[in-house]
Design a protein around this ligand. Structure first.
Ligand code: F6P
Length: 346
């Protein structure tokens, strides 16, 4: 019986279980047995896995997180760990590996495919929506809806107290979540990693909007937004993961301090953090994740490896994995121009 291995790596993301469910079902149709590694590459290194079949993946489509667990383990940090991956792949007589993750997990997959001819197919996952070759990643829509809902709730406090509320959302390299959530909730201004924060502009917009009769303000800021110095603002200085990524969180509070200092408006910062990755996926993400999982297993059955399934337009396509991990998909500035039109002050 051919055997398929699956893993989920990096931050958890609504829709991971829907991918697993669809891939296992599609593979089973062609006689594949499936197994899922525990906690991403960590489980591959340790040879820890659970069997997966149609019955064990029933009823998980609506569940957030991942039934397999995840980690930010990087097998390329130590050469002997790459050997462990290859040993597990061989010992379990795997025919293919579906890896569901962001640029780190898929980068490792791409290396393993190129260096050691491991039969990998990638599935793009990240709430940040910053993976190339795909118009959207699953999890993004859920995160945006959570952020939008949070801002809607925060507005009632801001309005009641005539305060400025600065809401920090996720988005390490790209401002997709901030741009969508800011636009969807009618924020006064949205700050993203693609553009340096200009406090003069922030203050001018907030003042202008107060003069126009709105006696409270909402600022949405990506965790990865930076001042002109080009450095991250983080409350977790020095904390990095196995892929060298700095732990972010704190720029929203810094912006809030500056707003209060320069305008005198009572201001609070709110960091949404991991709330954005939690809970049930939206219908959009369940459907996208299902289509991607199905397509990934279909590539396995056809023997097409070194690919990442992707959404282009409304079609699911097979993109080249190397192309997909080669560049970050930052915010489309034409798209963002529509948001900016509302917070441009001459
Ligand atoms: O990559 C997705 C993401 O949610 C980023 O936006 C954020 O910076 C990071 O994960 C947080 O990671 P962790 O869960 O390890 O704190």
């Amino acid at each position: 019986m051919p055997t398929l291995g699956l893993l989920t790596g990096g931050g958890d993301c609504p829709g991971l279980n829907a991918v697993i469910r669809a891939a296992v079902r599609r593979a089973a149709n062609d006689g594949y047995a499936s197994l899922g590694f525990i906690d991403g590459w960590k489980g591959v290194l340790a040879g820890e896995f659970i069997p997966l079949d149609v019955a064990s993946t029933n009823d998980i489509i609506a569940e957030g997180g991942t039934i397999l667990g995840t980690s930010r383990t990087n097998p390329y940090k130590n050469p002997e760990d790459v050997e462990k991956v290859l040993t597990t792949y061989k010992d379990l007589e795997l025919d293919a590996l579906i890896t569901i993750g962001g640029d780190d997990t898929l980068g490792v997959s791409d290396q393993l495919h190129k260096d050691h001819a491991v039969n990998v197919v990638g599935v793009p996952k990240t709430i940040d929506n910053d993976l190339s070759c795909t118009d959207f990643t699953f999890g993004f829509d859920t995160a945006v809806n959570i952020a939008m809902d949070a801002v809607d709730r925060i507005v009632t406090t801001a309005r009641s107290h005539h305060r400025c509320l600065v809401v920090e959302v996720m988005g390490r390299h790209a401002g997709w979540i901030a741009a969508y959530a800011g636009m969807a909730s009618g924020a006064d201004i949205t700050l993203v990693p693609e553009k340096p924060i200009d406090m003069d502009q922030v203050i001018a917009v907030l003042r202008r909007n107060r003069e126009r009769g709105r006696d409270y303000n909402i600022v949405v800021v990506s965790e990865g937004a930076m001042f002109r110095s080009g450095d991250y603002v983080t409350s977790y200085e020095g904390e990095v993961d196995e892929f060298g990524h700095v732990r972010l969180g704190g720029v929203g509070n810094r912006v809030a301090e500056l707003v209060e200092k320069h305008t005198g408006y009572e201001t609070r910062g709110v960091v949404l953090g991991h709330l954005q990755r939690g809970g049930a996926p939206t219908a959009f993400d369940r459907v996208l994740a299902t289509r991607l999982g199905y397509a990934a297993a279909e590539l396995v059955v056809k023997g097409e490896f070194g690919k990442m399934v992707a959404l282009q337009g409304n079609e699911i396509v097979a993109a080249d994995l190397t192309d997909a991990v080669g560049a970050t998909k930052t915010l489309d500035l034409d798209f963002f121009a529509v948001a900016e039109a509302f917070f441009t002050v001459d």
